[in-house]
Unconditional design. Structure first.
Length: 242
């Protein structure tokens, strides 16, 4: 079974269990979530090297706080790997896990995002334990991302042992300097002129999580386009209500 078939099967499972067609579509990848659009920190070089050879280990676990790029990296991995399958638990955690995980080990790679949303739930942990075992038996690498280490949130001892036994990557929180660089990088990638003074001002006023900065950048990009005005500190104050 290819990842396309697996994705269709997941969509069919969702459709049978939930009447929302939008939910089924959310298992797709964001077009912009590629390695080319990721502003890599030096400390992430070993992780990115491993993602360049994603079949080298049966299980790899990435943890770090929200907004540090975990979801972006998992989706980039799936963009770069034929027949890979991305499962965002942020959208799927309301589904029965036994049915959702059925036969997914036939994908080339499985990328499971936001594990913290189902950690501690016996039904999910049991189903995930069996999926890990099936994936290993089928030589299907499993990449998992969460906000905390597996040992800190998984209650099922066998599953905790399985996840901790893989390769673990800890993503440290970005420094203010790194957040500024990411903001400027993402602005440049979308063709948005973001002067240094404006970027510094935005980073100093906006909440420090990278996700908040990216959301602010989205708002400012749209406002700049609609108003036909360049990004300046006065415009940022006007749009952001500061």
């Amino acid at each position: 079974m290819t990842a396309t078939m697996a994705r269709a099967m997941v969509s069919e499972t969702i459709a049978a269990l939930d009447s929302s067609p939008q939910l089924a579509l959310k298992i797709g990848l964001r077009d912009e979530a590629t390695f080319e659009n990721f502003c890599a920190r030096e400390s992430l070089a070993p992780l990115l090297d491993s993602m360049a050879n994603p079949f080298s280990e049966p299980l790899q676990f990435i943890h770090g706080s929200a907004g540090e790029g975990k979801s972006h990296l998992l989706q980039a991995l799936c963009h770069a790997t034929e027949d890979a399958l991305y499962l965002p638990l942020a959208d799927l955690h309301g589904m029965p896990p036994g049915e959702l995980f059925q036969d997914l080990e036939s994908a080339a790679i499985l990328a499971l995002d936001s594990l913290e949303l189902v950690a501690g739930q016996p039904e999910w942990e049991e189903a995930l334990f069996h999926l890990v075992n099936r994936a290993r038996a089928a030589n299907c690498p499993l990449w998992v991302a969460a906000r905390r280490p597996a040992m800190d949130m998984i209650r099922l001892p066998d599953l905790s042992s399985r996840l901790a036994g893989g390769v673990t990557w800890a993503i440290a929180a970005s420094s203010d300097e790194e957040k500024l660089r990411v903001l400027q990088f993402r602005a440049e990638r979308r063709g948005l002129k973001l002067p240094q003074a404006v970027a510094v001002y935005l980073c100093s006023r906006q909440a420090r999580a990278l996700t908040d900065l990216m959301e602010a950048l989205d708002r400012l990009d749209l406002a700049s386009l609609q108003l036909q005005r360049p990004l300046t500190v006065p415009l940022v104050r006007e749009v952001m209500g500061w």
